[in-house]
Design a protein around this ligand. Structure first.
Ligand SMILES: [Fe+2]
Length: 265
């Protein structure tokens, strides 16, 4: 008998401030996340857990992390996270666990394993998987050959077609691909950072981003830009046989004032 899929809510790049009224590129990041949470509640789909693929905070101060945990607690399921370039790993480890946000980085569930990796380099915007992270990845894949596997980390392991953003991706993506290509049970890579919907098969492996819950970067653009697209989330269903179904849902409207002339953030 086929088991019901494991259902995951994937959110990313919430960029919360300690001051809940603060804006980033004219977007009140708190209100924007509230709109996404409201949308998820309206859809009434039940998730087994939440993954957040980084940039939880914009000011990496404890109150921003605590408030995020409070907001996500409405779903009554665990949240697992990876740090982004805007996060402070030490502060996160001090604040979490908090409410239902956990520091767990390896999840085994219904024939699957989720391997959460830290691609954050302190004081850098681009990312890299340190040797301890690559060792952990290999160890998890070797230890569970009978489990379908996927990874979650912040920086994109594949170019998304924007010159400026692809200079800020995962610098040692080759090392990541070299490891996972040795394990046929490896099924997908999920990430954040790119503030846009992206999906591409690389070396036979589908790669998926989640949109940001605040502003969206302009797609396929050489230089920095943002696009007038509402925020949203990704849903993921994992099946026993290794299949993945996934999609994006967005709010009806952009939250805040669209700043088409923004040169960076
Ligand atoms: Fe971000």
């Amino acid at each position: 008998m086929t088991r019901a899929p494991t259902k995951i809510l994937h959110i990313s790049d919430t960029h919360l401030f300690s001051d809940k009224n603060k804006v980033l590129l004219k977007v009140p990041t708190q209100k924007s996340l509230e709109a996404v949470i409201e949308l998820i509640k309206q859809k009434q789909e039940k998730f087994d857990f939440i993954i957040h693929s980084g940039d939880l905070s914009q000011d990496y101060l404890p109150p921003s992390y605590t408030r995020l945990a409070e907001m996500l607690a409405v779903f009554k399921v665990p949240t697992y996270y990876v740090p982004g370039n805007h996060d402070d790993t030490k502060v996160m480890m001090d604040v979490f666990p908090c409410h239902l946000v956990s520091n767990t980085k390896h999840i085994i569930i219904n024939g699957w394993q989720l391997i959460l990796l830290d691609s954050h380099i302190p004081s850098a915007v681009e990312g890299s998987l340190a040797s301890r992270e690559l060792t952990q990845l290999r160890h998890c894949l070797e230890s569970h050959p009978d489990h379908h596997a996927l990874t979650v980390f912040h920086h994109q392991p594949v170019p998304v077609g924007s010159h400026w953003l692809d200079n800020l991706g995962l610098k040692n993506a080759d090392e990541f691909w070299k490891i996972v290509s040795q394990f046929p049970q490896f099924k997908a890579a999920f990430f954040g950072h790119v503030h846009q919907e992206f999906e591409q098969v690389v070396n036979g492996i589908p790669c998926y981003s989640a949109p940001s819950t605040c502003f969206q970067f302009a797609r396929k653009k050489y230089d920095f830009g943002i696009e007038h697209i509402p925020p949203g989330y990704r849903w993921i269903h994992l099946y026993d046989d290794g299949r993945i179904e996934t999609g994006i849902v967005r709010t009806k409207d952009y939250i805040g004032e669209f700043d088409g002339g923004a040169q960076g953030y």
